[in-house]
Design a protein around this ligand. Sequence first.
Ligand code: ADP
Ligand code: ZN
Ligand code: MG
Length: 485
Amino acid sequence: MYQSFIGLEVHIHLLTKSKVFCGCRAAFGDEPNTNVCPVCMGYPGVLPALNEEAMRMSAMVAKALNCTISPKTWFERKQYFYPDMTKNYQISQFASPVGVNGYVDLEVGGKTKRIRIKECHLEEDAGKMVHAGNVTLLDYNRAGTSLLEIVTEPDMETGEEAELYIQQLRRMVRYLGVCDGNMEEGSLRADANVSINLPGAGLGRKVEIKNLNSSRFVKLGLNYEIKRQAEVLDKGGAIRQETRLWNENRDQTESMRSKESAHDYRYFPEPDLPPFIPDAAFLAKVDASMVELPVAREKRLCAEFGLAPGAASLVCEEKPLADYFEAAVHEALLLDLSPHVAAERVYAWLSSDVKRVMNRDKIAAEGMASMRLSPKRLASLVSLVASGKISGKIAKQTLEAVFSDDADPEAIVKERGWEQIVDPAVIGKAVEAAFAADPKAVAAAAAGDQKITAYLVGKTIAATGGRADPVLAGKLVAEKLSGEK
Ligand code: ADP
Ligand code: ZN
Ligand code: MG
């Protein structure tokens, strides 16, 4: 058996409004070549200027990854020729990345595994090449947009761990609001490096799988590659250092180019940009824009409300959902529910009926804060059920009415006369009506048929328009049945 080593290089598009070294708009999907200027088109004699917003977002990510923020950071020119890059060099960071020496913790098989982050550095993206038939078109809207590259040490061992790392990183940058994490649009893409070796022999010769645009492909590509390399070594062969691509139609990696001689990019400091020194004011701004990170939030929700880990992880999948959840729980606490009951019931609603309505009405997590069912209204609904004022069934109807009428649950229940009936005399009449309507069922129930008894309870509740307290209805039906014997 072999030991495997995986290191990932993830590129994220920062959500800055303008590009990283010029004032052009940074947006996905605009008319090609409309967001360009002499700077990002690489005209001679133009001067770049650093977008400080990109630096702030980069520092936020570095901090969230437990990196040390470099006290002085600068840019280098990385020289190479390619048609999607008009300057013939890319402005990137080499000797002094924004952040270095961090880590993230992954939960793998019930254990915590620490993945070291080597560095994160800020750079500009290249343009986009569109291959159409036998011509290639170039769209430079993306040229010069801010890209942050996050590089791990080769600390992962399986495709599954790498997939988890990407998912966790994606959730984190979305929480920070610095990247939309949209992998299909290329806002987050990964290069995966992998090698294998005999146990104890250290790193093997690495193969890089480039441009993976889904966390599943990262997993599949790496696991395929680990198996392929093992087969080569088993046969006494040697691994070629090369760059490969994942072919999603054939479920395999394929060689793109060999990488025997490392590129010589002739990095040298960008003479047109001064070094950036994060001063106290800048660092304070970074601190102020940090938010509680999803992993910490999951743990807190479990500790504070006794929420099950699985539930906490679902709630924390998206920040707007977690924000909504906590707001609703706090409203429910104001209505005198215990933290545990409040959290459990709010979660139950969010994971079932609310989710169903959101899917039906195409409300995304981002839209939760402004949907008709406000956190306060959900808390009222929870409290109405908990206090026995309405039944669970009526609660579902009330939920629908909140969405259709944009009204408070209490008002809906009151207006429509949906309060639960707890008066034994009123329910008793309904029991009588149900019994009178179906003497055969009564006989069967009296003879001990539990199913038919439940059926009679259902009929009783239906006779009250669904408003009878189900426990009381059950009790009265049982009493009346024992009288029938
Ligand atoms: P390069 O100079 O080829 O870009 P780096 O040293 O910058 O290589 O590493 C790029 C990525 O590859 C990092 O994520 C690193 O952890 C990973 N890596 C480096 N060497 C190996 C190896 N032998 N096996 C697996 N991953 C590796
Ligand atoms: Zn520009
Ligand atoms: Mg590298």
